[in-house]
Ligand binder design. Structure first.
Ligand code: ATP
Ligand code: MG
Length: 425
């Protein structure tokens, strides 16, 4: 036998048994986004590497260590997208979407980061990404967060914690940064190695350290909320008010920061305790200067991204409550003439019951073996055609789920009405 080729570490398949969950998630998300008037966009998977360097920031982990960047055969420096926002801004500036207009958009698809793979952390993962442009907020910030809360509710998630913070605008953040560096320098020898390295390059990121000894130190660090400019402070108060008005509970965490450089003012994260260390299922905030940074006009902006694989893990934990996936009907047959009739019947039923799922039992075999396959597909009923049924223009209807259901004979003429009633149960 030839040697098997395996998938690349951190890159996953979605197998047939799991795709129902992914579809359920995407259908639910799309419904929620449409309910708020957000339009779908689709973006390329690769962009110029410079786009991410300028948007996300050269000294961020994402750009410095995690980006899949390479030269293509024509010598262009391109990168697999490590996030969506930079691409959305590039698109909006390129197509003039931000001129005197508001945009509410969403997108989804794979993103790529060279990280250490573990449960809930992969090298190819997927995001749901939602953004609003041209609106100063904070009403739209609250809308975006309420939209995520509605999505969690529709997915049946409970016990999530919403943390919010404000990172202020450039000047206020610079003042805070200086105060934080001064504080951290006083504790430099007790910081973990990563945090010592970040102390001067990206000190806010130290607040976010997962190392317990560092966490204990930063617990006493100055709070960014004491350094906010008046505009950011008013925005933050408005956001908190907006969230209470919409009934979205939240806690303020002055140590909450984001890994991408472009954030200003309000930021937030949704956290679950069910996924261990990979507990953040959604994160976002405002990035009012990013459009200008990428060559557009002044355009306030806010958005969030959620990790689809982490949402799927949460859904899997409660998979029993989800609607069954798979076909509703399997058409089985015995003998060549019946097999051809079964294929025709299956087509007729697909016309009559779009969306139900009608699978044809193919490849022959004895009926018990066909029932077993039908059962594994998750179908509710098997329809059976043999020579006798064809002669009498009848079909046997057998439940694959309800042992008490007596197998019944039904004429071809009556079959649609009978199935209508059975499938609506
Ligand atoms: P983390 O701190 O977990 O690395 P992050 O701050 O880098 O997250 P964002 O860039 O804000 O994450 O991405 C938004 C969301 O995408 C995260 O909240 C998380 O749910 C998900 N996510 C981020 N990185 C990964 C990954 N490598 N694998 C799976 N999901 C991820
Ligand atoms: Mg990360």
């Amino acid at each position: 036998m030839a040697q098997k080729i395996q998938s690349i570490r951190g890159f996953n398949d979605v197998l047939p048994a799991d795709s129902g969950l992914w579809q359920h998630l995407h259908d639910t998300a799309r419904g929620v986004f449409e309910d708020y008037g957000y339009a779908e966009i689709r973006l390329p998977v690769v962009e110029r590497t410079d786009l991410y360097k300028r948007a996300v920031g050269e000294v961020t982990d994402v750009v410095e260590k995690e980006m899949y960047a390479f030269e293509d055969r024509g010598g262009e420096h391109i990168a697999l997208r490590p996030e969506f926002t930079a691409g959305v801004v590039r698109m909006g500036v390129e197509h003039g979407l931000f001129h005197n207009s508001q945009q509410r958009v969403w997108c989804t698809g794979p993103v790529f980061r060279y990280e250490r793979p573990q449960a809930g952390r992969y090298r190819q993962f997927h995001q749901l990404n939602v953004e609003a442009y041209g609106i100063n907020g904070p009403d739209v910030d609250a809308e975006l967060i309420a939209m995520s809360a509605r999505l969690w509710k529709k997915l049946g998630f409970t016990g999530l914690r919403l943390e919010i913070n404000s990172l202020g605008q450039a000047e206020a953040r610079a003042r805070y940064r200086a105060a934080l560096i001064e504080f951290l320098e006083r504790h430099e020898s007790s910081l973990d190695e990563d945090s010592r390295r970040r102390l001067h390059a990206n000190p806010l990121r130290v607040l976010d350290s997962k190392v317990p000894t560092t966490q204990a130190i930063v617990a006493d660090a100055p709070s960014i909320l004491d350094y906010l400019d008046a505009d950011s402070a008013a925005h933050f108060d408005g956001l908190r008010q907006g969230l209470s008005d919409l009934g979205v509970d939240h806690v303020v965490n002055p140590r909450l920061v984001r890994g991408l450089d472009y954030y200003t003012k309000g930021v937030f994260e949704w956290i679950t305790t069910e996924l261990g260390a990979q507990g953040t299922i959604c994160a976002g905030g405002r990035y009012d200067t990013l459009v200008e940074q990428l060559g557009g006009g002044p355009t306030p902006a806010v958005g969030w991204a959620s990790g689809v694989e982490r949402l799927i893990l949460l859904l899997q934990a409660k998979a029993a409550e989800l609607p069954a996936s798979g076909p509703a009907l399997v058409v089985c047959s015995l003998g060549e003439a019946a097999q051809r009739e079964a294929a025709r019947l299956a087509e007729t039923l697909r016309d009559r019951f779009p969306g139900a799922g009608v699978q044809l039992s193919v490849g022959g075999g004895k009926l018990p073996a066909q029932f077993k396959r039908a059962d594994r597909s998750g179908a509710r009923y098997a329809l059976v055609l043999g020579e006798a049924e064809i002669a009498a223009r009848q079909v046997q209807v057998k439940s694959l789920r309800d042992a008490a259901f007596p197998q019944e004979t039904c004429s071809w003429a009556e079959l649609p009405a009978r199935l209508e009633s059975l499938l609506s149960r």
